[in-house]
Design a protein around this ligand. Sequence first.
Ligand code: NAP
Length: 329
Amino acid sequence: MRAPELTPASRIYVAGHRGLAGSALCGRLRAAGYENLVLAGSSEVDLRDRAATTRFLTEAAPDVVVLAAARGGGSGANAAEPADVLSANLRIQVNVMDAARAAGVPRLLFLASSAMYPRESRQPVRETSLLAGPLEPTTEAYAIAKIAGMAQVRAVREQDGLPWITAIPTNLYGPGDNFHPTSSHVLAGLMRRIHDAAVAGAPSVVVWGTGTPRREFLHADDLADACLTLLAHYDEPGPVNVGTGRDISVADLAKMLAETIGYTGAIEFDPGRPDGTPRKVLDIRALTGLGWEPKIRLRAGIASTYQWYLDSLTLPRQREAVRGHEMVR
Ligand SMILES: NC(=O)c1ccc[n+]([C@@H]2O[C@H](COP(=O)([O-])OP(=O)(O)OC[C@H]3O[C@@H](n4cnc5c(N)ncnc54)[C@H](OP(=O)(O)O)[C@@H]3O)[C@@H](O)[C@H]2O)c1
């Protein structure tokens, strides 16, 4: 089957529409004139529940599914609760994909993660590095689930001929991110720690590790644009990287965050904490070859994300709206 073209009438189910990626994608879809969105949060349909998921997808009968629902939470949560992470992600994926298959959903985009690449991958990481070596142990449960999801997409293509695809996003950030002290990702977690230090007037803030590892960060709105590009132009069994192709050291990131926040204290490093892999940046040539490129520079993205964070502290209802259906980007 050829990939169906998206039209304003297309019924698009964004699983995980309240999340960082899902809410950005809903905003982009609406801005592009795709208003026929099918949305249900985890309180309405728990995607770990197979019967509920099947019922929901059978009734909703979407033309397109974007699977952006997952149990994530950075390497801390991954390492602390690997059994929950593995089980939840496997169930969400298998339930959604089986139900979508049974409902004959012609197009599905699965959001995997760059955590699924081997720890020692050659940099920048190409899609061909998948399954070529051992994974980073702290995120292995999450990575294995994502690898299984990618394999399921490929298997459905092979068996049913459906044009389902997989994207591999790098680290994401943006308005709507999770700033929780223990379950956040690198950028949001660091932003919060530096913000808290600034508010407390602390003379210094400690950053885990040596500060030398280099990481890549993609704004959720750029990911959303990439999803639209992939849905419009991509129909291959192999997954596609979604990143900026640019990396920054954790030390420089902390400095950029401190400048944005206005924190003038010292940034100290704790080399007793693990650094993880020294460099991780994706090769994005496959996606740029389709005409997409990241538009939001890191400094500007950090500034708008910090503004959102400040607003969310003073305007709890706005935070609720941003996480929920009514969000306008
Ligand atoms: N954030 C990153 O840095 C990053 C990097 C690479 C890949 N990814 C992938 O990109 C996708 C989106 O990530 P994100 O950062 O946007 O995640 P997020 O902000 O944590 O949001 C995850 C979403 O999944 C939904 N969800 C979780 N468990 C569910 C369940 N049992 N039933 C129904 N819905 C459930 C949540 O729904 P409710 O809000 O309704 O509870 C939430 O909206 C995920 O597949 C993630 O693995 C993320």
